[in-house]
Design a protein around this ligand. Structure first.
Ligand SMILES: [Zn+2]
Length: 264
């Protein structure tokens, strides 16, 4: 029974953080069976090792295998500490450079407004998926937040979802409704991230057409970027025509809460 619990914990940590399951296993092996307060000491050893590996070892080892930690600058930041704590912030260096260039260009045109990133890739192993995104498995993919504005129309760095996902900019009644089309084909997962918001925040802000269009146009101008996914009704509403902007298909999830971009 106890072993089963350990296996479940290892699986969950591996799915969430890639290296967490292995670190947990090492912590288990390090703590002697006979020691007093084994569970408490085990948790302390795990937390210590996990933080050590995540922040001081992996960032230096991952580049050997072709991925690097997203370079955070004043204008490139994670939506929350979770993405960094869970090793979900690794990309190939070409993507890292492209993000930096896009952020510089965007900030030049919109003082103080940042690129806020969500899930990217894990540090190691091609084909190892970063769930729930099946395709984020090669260092070439990253999700970033849409741009929002305050009630006075000024762009803001605030976002409406605690997790970064699941607060949608729905199709208007007159717009093409890809969401209903996919759901009617039986793709129940298309709308699923609405359960993953962990709460709606900053309820006063609204989607910025101007800011998001500006950002997307800078992204598709980058020669390294091969594709960008956004929901079809937003593509139309924002008047986006670049042929790098594609529909991701009904087997993915909806993309009117974030933008997905990837290298060629
Ligand atoms: Zn994505």
């Amino acid at each position: 029974m106890k072993n089963l619990l350990h296996i479940v914990i290892i699986l969950i940590l591996t799915v969430l953080t890639q290296i967490g399951g292995l670190v947990y296993l090492i912590a288990l092996l390090l703590i002697k069976k006979s020691v007093n307060q084994r569970r408490l000491k085990g948790i302390c050893v795990f937390v210590f090792l996990y933080l050590l590996v995540t922040f001081l070892i992996v960032p230096f080892v991952a580049p050997i295998f072709g991925r690097e930690r997203i370079k955070e600058t004043e204008f490139v930041q994670a939506h929350s500490f979770f993405f960094k704590l869970a090793n979900r912030n690794y990309v190939k260096s070409e993507l890292n450079n492209a993000i930096e260039e896009i952020a510089k260009g965007f900030e030049k045109q919109n003082a103080g407004i940042k690129i806020v990133y969500l899930d990217a890739n894990f540090p190691f192993i091609d084909q190892f998926p970063l769930l729930p995104h099946l395709s984020h498995n090669d260092g070439k993919k990253i999700d970033i937040s849409l741009i929002y504005e305050n009630p006075n129309g000024k762009l803001t760095n605030k976002k409406p979802s605690t997790s970064g996902y699941g607060v949608y900019e729905d199709p208007k009644p007159s717009e093409y409704d890809q969401v209903s089309v996919c759901q009617s084909k039986g793709n129940w997962q298309y709308d699923f991230p609405k359960y993953l918001t962990f709460g709606r925040i900053n309820k006063d802000i609204k989607f910025s057409e101007r800011g998001t269009r500006n950002l997307i146009n800078l992204i598709v101008k980058q020669p390294e970027i091969g594709k960008l996914f956004i929901e079809p009704h937003l593509k139309t509403r924002l008047n986006l025509t670049n042929n790098k902007i594609r529909f991701h298909g009904c087997r993915a999830v909806r993309h009117d809460d974030h933008i997905h971009l990837q290298l060629k």
